[in-house]
Design a protein around this ligand. Sequence first.
Ligand code: ADP
Length: 490
Amino acid sequence: MLDFDPAAVAIPAGHFIGGRLVPGEGEAIGVRRPSDSALYADLPIASADLVDRAVSNAAEAQRRTDWASRAPRERARVLRRFADLIDARAEELGRLEALGSTRPIAQALAVDVASTAEGFRFFAEYADKLGGEVAATRSDSLGLVISEPYGVVAAITPWNFPLSMASWKAGPALAAGNAVVLKPSELTPFSTVRLAQLAVEAGVPPGIFNVVQGTGAVTGDALCRHPLVGKISFTGSTRTGAAIMAASAASGAKPVTLELGGKSPQLVFADTPSADKTARQVAASILGNAGQVCVAGSRLIVQRRLRDEMVERLAALFAEVRPGPTWHGDTSFPPIISTPQADRIDGIVRRSLAAGAKAVIGGRRMAAIQDGAFYEPTILTDVTDDMPAVREEIFGPVLTVQAFDEEEEGLALADHPDFGLAAGVHTADLGRAMRAVRRLQAGTVWVNRYGRTADFILPTGGYKRSGIGKDLGRQAVEANLRHKSVLIEF
Ligand code: ADP
């Protein structure tokens, strides 16, 4: 039985700086549980002064402790111990995550906490694998390219997967020998604090992994502009990514890794190996976390011959969801993160319906379950490219359906003018699949499947306005290192 009582979960409310929980001072805002909208804790807002204290302290810890200079395998050992501790505290972390976010407890345990631990393990293994290279210089000299940590890396995470996003950012930064100052979303702030506490318990020196709480406009902005921050890693909206890039440009041209919005196509050909499997993958890709996933497969682009069958199969799967609070073990379909966000989803759907779209299923807010902001799983047909439901990132359980006859027409529909985060192609024809892989403007293309596996080695990131740089993979570790050229004359 995975059910738990949300009122019984201890909340580590505060910042985590220098290895200690630091209570807020000054301004604070109330934080609500998405499942029932109840206020459950106060969130302190770190002022620019407090951000300065946290970053200065992190820079000092990165210099003073041997985190960067110790034997890399020793750093790896500590990070592996951290991963083991995450697994050992899975129940506690999973409840904290489920309570404050949209992650149902069953998934928080099986997916989020497990992949957070495995993510740190994956990055730990890179600690002694990226030393640099020897350059081809004249034979009377030796040229070296040495990789070094930046010092302090700032990380800013979104509300949809707080723990695993923290591992994507902090994992490679720590493995590379940096100190991290992480600001979680103000909507889902507390699980990350517990994570940082466990890092210290595992042996990461105090001051190397810090968490500052607050809003984007105050705390996030101050963090991005701090002169001692060497690199910024962000996942969130395209709009905020642009603000962060501007802040970086104005405060010292810091390198940025930005994983931003998406509007990813699922391109389904009539020869797909299994219509049943494809329908399940399409449904899971837009219903998982109620569509609040940056790589959600939100646009079904299906060959006309298969269209009616596919819509029918999908409608049946959409009707099967089990909505409920995140603290119920059998919940499969979570609430929307907040009421304003549910209203935004509804606004996009309404405007599309007014423009001629038809809702095969769903199309409105769900009758409130304990006051949470649930949205009905929705399929919209009769849509055109200029409708908001096809054009804008919705971040909700809304799938649009467009049909095509010829391959070329399908590929053209798949290409979104702004976004290029991920794409799915379903076909039994290898040549067609490979033509699509070449053509699709997306950072990730899944063929005859959709969604990430435990292959942390595959980097993830966007084309177009979906971002720059990569999370995961070797590329993520490299992005947390800078390179120094050395020429030694004999
Ligand atoms: P959403 O609109 O879906 O909440 P955002 O991209 O605004 O997504 O938020 C993602 C993260 O970015 C959050 O932690 C948020 O506090 C932070 N953030 C928002 N605005 C800024 C900003 N101007 N500078 C730095 N961080 C920001």
